[in-house]
Design a protein around this ligand. Structure first.
Ligand code: ADP
Ligand code: ZN
Ligand code: ZN
Length: 746
């Protein structure tokens, strides 16, 4: 926005002649330029500046009177982006926190919070926002809309409710572009000048009466308005957490603020948006996630930055949304590992969200049926306030019974044991739905030559290729490499090659043979690749048009199928013995979430878990629906082995196409770590040996990692500061490295 202050800035004389610009360059300090007509109000603004022979976009992070390079050496800025608002101080503070905590460059953090088009050095010409208003006949039309005009009706209703700019309409209604044009053609809406925002009365529509637990949760959250209080809602599946969020969101908006809602899955956002649009008519909502086109990203980012949104809903990247007046943050399914960015700039959106709430002095609500051990520990340390919802909200709905099928006694063919098969049959006979969970896509994880034992492996990764029968391809799930399925063994020429183990495709095929009448839908990354495919499947399942769902953990979260009464877990044991210390926590959470899909309405649900280890205390806890019992066990294990949340970890990850170069680099990194520890006052820092991760080679690159750990967060950060400064100096031309603070995959 060009405001009067920024448009006619007086030229700056002595003070603040030097502007500091941070770029998206790893671990480099800001660069100095001549300030020109910019000044301290421009901190947070994007500029384009020369760097070497290039022009690069960067962000203004500060001003100075002089430069150590000498004023005569400094270059002027090439361009100052005044087409859109600069980052506000609160956003800059969040970037600063992220940069310090995760040891990234502030420029990298800030620029990554922008849509790609806005962080390019190319001039950006913004599209005009189109504003609309209801036409003269709109309200009359809405009293009796034609039957086959659902999309039109929904969009028009939003306009009448007070949503007036087309970005927000498009964000709220997936097919709004066509609907807006059709409504304009019919005169049901008209294009207008941008009007000052109308006063909208935001009230929750069609609210069920809250039960006592929900009401006291809502009261507790709403009583804290204006203060930073982090809440953990530990509410069993179906306990009505969403209702609590809605009341808190409505409260925040009614008090003139904005709410930020983070969800783990893109697929959950449209469902929640539609829900919100009905329940909170008039609230302006914008969803942000990575599946948007470049144009949509820009439009929505600007809508949020310019204060045209009351609620921002999104996946982890939305945690950096430029919300000027945030009054509530909700993180749904807070335990979910997808809140952790695993590539490039690594950060935990949940933890950054807590920082943002603290900075904005507003409540934050973390919700889950299976809270992370970190959050439970934060409750025990009295850092988080706990709210418990222990009953299903729908009175008739009870938690499912959980039983085990002992794989030591029952042989499974194509993943399905006889007892599981007969229970699926019985479910279908009752005209109810079944869900089968298997955490692996494709047909089979291995092709094996029975003559010589050869298994097809990826040439670029230290991993086997997964057999995808439908596509007749072998695929690497790590690097995307694909090849055709060999007719004979590449090693010995034998034609006896068998598919070992099972994935979703194989289970789907077995179900098709066993239950030829059943309508079966597979849900995994292959099956729902196209935009909207997941929504279509879930919609069909909700309408009862699908009898059996078979899929990966994509099915575990948040969906509500009233007629689903059987959940079968095909093989989960692998995670119990994983090298990753978080694997069991993730497994138990997933199983509880998957199991939570069963019996959400009047009919009782049943969960059948196929396992060879039914007596394992973690499985027993699942059977008792005792997540907190599991958490206590797991926390005491973590305490004994000095693992998070009782210790803090950081991992230096490196990769290189030459294993010699990588080895030399890691040795130097390890020396640097020991040196750095010596320079610090007696600090409890453990430095592990450099090792290869489970996937030692990925996409042709050898990988290595070195872990450091400390019981003290402060000590760890001081150590990282000293250590990484040394690592920065190491010759590492071919090695790419990054530090991962609070790693989830170790
Ligand atoms: P959760 O997110 O905790 O798993 P949901 O919020 O999806 O649970 O709620 C489960 C079901 O209970 C939903 O169908 C919801 O509409 C219903 N529900 C929520 N609160 C109430 C209430 N107070 N009275 C009746 N039904 C409710
Ligand atoms: Zn062979
Ligand atoms: Zn590969």
């Amino acid at each position: 926005v060009v405001t009067p202050e920024t448009a006619s800035r007086p030229s700056i004389c002595a003070a603040n002649r030097v502007v500091k610009v941070a770029f998206d360059l790893p671990r480099l300090p800001p660069f100095d330029y001549l300030a020109g007509d910019t000044g301290p109000d421009d901190v947070g603004r994007i500029v384009v500046a020369p760097l070497g022979r290039h022009q690069l976009a960067g962000v203004i992070v500060g001003y100075a009177d002089t430069s150590e390079w000498g004023l005569d050496k400094l270059k002027p800025l090439t361009r100052v982006q005044r087409e859109w608002p600069a980052f506000a101080p609160a956003e800059m503070a969040a970037f600063r926190f992220c940069a310090d905590y995760y040891h990234h460059a502030i420029g990298a953090v800030a620029l990554n919070a922008l849509p790609p088009k806005l962080r390019s050095a190319k001039a950006f010409v913004r599209a005009r926002v189109r504003h609309v208003a209801p036409g003269a006949t709109a309200r009359a039309w809405l009293t009796a809309p034609p039957p086959r005009a659902r999309a039109l009706t929904a969009v028009l209703q939003s306009v009448v409710d007070g949503i007036r700019d087309d970005t927000t309409l498009k964000s709220m209604h997936p097919r709004a572009v066509a609907s807006i044009n059709a409504l304009l053609d019919r005169g049901l809406i008209v294009v207008t000048e941008a009007a000052p925002p109308m006063t909208r009365t935001i009230a929750l529509h069609a609210s069920p009466a809250l039960n006592a637990a929900q009401q006291s949760a809502v009261d507790a959250i709403n009583a804290t308005a204006g203060r930073f209080v982090p809440f953990l809602i530990d509410g069993i599946t179906g306990s009505g957490k969403t209702e609590v969020y809605l009341h808190a969101i409505a409260h925040a908006i009614r008090h003139g603020g904005q709410a930020l809602v983070l969800m783990p899955e893109i697929n959950l956002t449209p469902q929640f948006l539609r829900h919100l649009a009905v329940r909170l008519p008039g609230a302006r909502m914008v969803s942000l996630h990575s599946a948007l086109s470049a144009g949509e990203r820009v439009e929505r980012h600007l809508a949020v930055a310019e204060g045209r949104a009351d609620i921002v809903i999104g996946t982890r990247l939305a945690v950096f949304a430029p919300l000027p007046d945030i009054k509530l943050i909700v993180v749904d399914e807070e335990h979910d590992s997808s809140f952790k960015q695993q590539e490039g700039l690594r950060y935990s959106a949940r933890d950054v969200a807590v920082f943002r709430a603290r900075h904005a002095a507003c409540p934050i609500v973390l919700g889950s049926a299976t809270p992370s051990l970190e959050s439970i520990a934060n409750v025990e340390r009295a850092r988080f306030t706990e709210l418990r919802l222990t009953q299903r909200a729908n009175n008739a709905a009870r938690l499912p019974t959980v039983e085990f099928i002992d794989l030591n006694l029952e042989r499974a063919s194509d993943g399905l044991s006889q007892p599981l098969r007969s229970q699926i049959g019985a479910t279908l006979e009752r005209r109810e739905q079944a869900l089968l969970f298997i955490n692996r896509r494709g047909f089979a994880p291995t092709l094996l030559c029975t003559q010589c034992g050869h298994m097809n492996a990826c040439t670029r990764c230290s991993a086997r290729l997964t057999f995808h029968r439908r596509d007749k391809r072998l695929k690497c799930h790590h690097c995307g490499h694909e090849e055709s399925v060999p007719q004979t063994c590449p090693e010995c020429g034998s034609i006896v090659i068998v598919a070992v183990g099972e994935g979703t495709e194989r289970v789907e095929a077995a179900l098709e043979r066993a239950f030829p009448q059943a309508r079966i839908a597979r849900v995994d990354r292959d099956a729902v690749r196209n935009k909207g495919a997941m929504e279509r499947v879930l919609g069909a399942a909700a309408k009862g048009e699908i009898d059996i769902l078979v899929g990966t953990q994509m099915l575990a979260k948040g969906h509500d199928f009233p007629n689903l009464t059987l959940v079968g877990v095909i093989n989960a044991d692998g995670a119990m013995f994983s090298a990753n210390f978080r694997a069991t926590e993730r497994l138990v959470a997933t199983l509880i979430q998957v199991g939570g899909r069963a019996g959400r309405a009047e009919r009782a649900g049943r969960v059948l878990i196929q396992t060879a280890f039914a007596d394992h205390p973690f499985y027993r806890a699942i059977a008792r629906h005792d997540y907190r019992g599991f958490a206590e066990l797991a926390l005491s294990e973590r305490r004994e082995s000095h693992l998070p949340p009782f210790a803090h970890l950081a991992l230096l990850r490196a990769e290189c196409d030459s294993s010699d170069a990588l080895h030399r680099f890691m040795q130097a990194v390890s020396h640097a770590a020991h040196d750095a520890r010596h320079t610090l006052p007696d600090q409890a820092i453990d430095i592990w040996d450099a090792v290869a991760p489970t996937l030692a080679r990925k996409a042709g690159f050898e990988r290595a990692q070195l872990m450091v750990q400390s019981p003290s967060r402060v000590a760890l950060h001081a150590f990282l500061e000293a250590w990484l400064a040394k690592v920065d100096q190491l010759p590492a031309r071919k090695v790419k490295w990054i530090v991962d603070v609070d790693p989830v995959d170790v």
